[in-house]
Design a protein around this ligand. Structure first.
Ligand code: PMP
Length: 381
């Protein structure tokens, strides 16, 4: 018998309550019934994003909302600052390129957070920058960015701040309005406890002005079109009805727990996971680790590809490996969404068992012990 534990940084676990909602018959979307649910989903999304602004919903993976935040904002030839400290930061630059905008790329060493002052310097050098594109949680490195500070810098300029919160939203704290984030984008399959298939974008007044002035060349991910439909509690194209029904359930669960407690749960579980790996001599890949996902450097001599394959195929615990130049060198384990303290304990013990099999020498049981001790210290129930 093999029991499966999905602890990858997306897609992540979906609660049975949400799955059951999605098992109900599909109904037509151009109805009052759908509009009422969509209106409630709007309120739930605003709560999770901590915004008063409308949150656009697209039937796509998270990248769709990212694409729209470039193609609806930048006209060909416009300048934007993009921050790259991993795989997903790179996507901002690639999107700018795809839509004919000029990306001024700020490169950060993988595993490090961007220094907000470097963004300030670039904005002073390039006064005509239209937007700054950053990543809340860089999933490829498990690194958190200081969005609050970046927001303080960008707010007094003519540029808008766009944040990829695909893996961070609902895991690591994000106060969209208070931190002056103009567009925050997210996806359904991370901390929102849903399968893949929905993308979101919370858009500020300042961003709407930029969008009004842009000469866009897009169609499906056109923010203006999405907003015009949203004003009528509707979507421009056929919505992913089933996922929206599931989203309503997951958002209700988040509301019931409260967003503050959701953030605390992620912080507790991430702290527990970090203590576990450090207790057996492993190092964190990030110098500013996020709570959504923990990236861990594998010991010398341990084949990272074999580690990820073994832990998934033989132990039933799905984690992720490294990408690009850290492929085979790190593993990434998520605490996002429907993960609780026992998932951390499962992860810690599975890591110990696999590392032991792969020949790494350590005090057996000490990672799991440290994970549990940290949870108890933090009073996790
Ligand atoms: N940004 C980040 C930070 C992500 O983690 C991901 C998904 N791993 C994406 C963007 C892309 O999202 P999607 O795969 O849903 O298009």
């Amino acid at each position: 018998m093999k029991k499966e534990f999905l602890l990858a940084p997306g897609p992540s676990q979906v609660p049975a309550e949400t799955l059951l909602e999605m098992a109900k018959p599909v109904f037509h979307h151009r109805t009052k019934r759908f509009q009422n649910i969509f209106a409630e989903v709007q309120e739930g999304l605003k709560y999770v994003f901590q915004t008063k602004n409308p949150v656009l919903v697209f039937a796509s993976s998270g990248t769709g909302a990212m694409e729209g935040s470039v193609s609806s904002v930048l006209s060909p030839g416009d300048k934007a600052i993009t921050v790259t400290g991993g795989k997903f930061g790179q996507r901002w630059k690639n999107l700018c390129k795809a839509f004919g905008a000029e990306a001024i790329e700020l490169t950060v060493e993988w595993g490090k957070s961007v220094d907000p002052e470097t963004i300030k310097d670039l904005l002073q050098q390039h006064k005509d920058v239209k937007a700054v594109y950053v990543t809340l949680v860089e999933t490829s490195t498990g690194t958190l960015a200081d969005i609050r500070k970046i927001g303080e810098i960008v707010k007094d300029t003519g540029a808008i701040l766009v944040v990829d919160a695909v893996s961070g939203l609902g895991a690591d704290k994000l106060l969209t309005d208070e931190w002056n984030v103009d567009i925050a984008v997210a996806g359904s399959q991370k901390a929102l406890m849903l399968p893949p298939g929905l993308a979101f974008a919370a858009v500020s007044e300042k961003a709407w002005k930029a969008i009004e002035n842009a000469k866009t060349s897009n169609f499906y991910f056109n923010y203006k079109k999405a907003k015009a439909s949203l004003d009528k509690n509707d979507t421009a194209f056929t919505p992913a009805v089933t996922l929206i029904i599931g989203l309503k359930k997951s958002l209700d669960m988040i509301k019931e727990e409260t967003i503050e407690k959701v953030w605390k749960r992620h912080a507790d579980n991430a702290a527990s996971m970090r203590s576990a790996v450090e207790a057996i001599g492993l190092k964190l890949f990030s110098s500013n680790p996020a709570n959504a996902v923990t990236a861990v450097v594998l010991p010398e001599g341990v084949d990272g590809l074999a580690f990820v394959k073994k832990i998934r195929d033989e132990y039933g615990v799905t984690m992720a490996g490294g990408q690009d130049h850290v492929k085979g060198k790190i593993f990434r384990v998520a605490q996002m969404g429907y993960a609780n303290q026992f998932d951390t304990v499962v992860a810690s013990s599975a890591v110990e068992m696999v590392l032991s099999e792969l020949g790494y020498k350590f005090d057996k049981g000490s990672a799991t012990k440290a994970a549990v001790a940290e949870l108890i210290k933090r009073g996790v129930k």
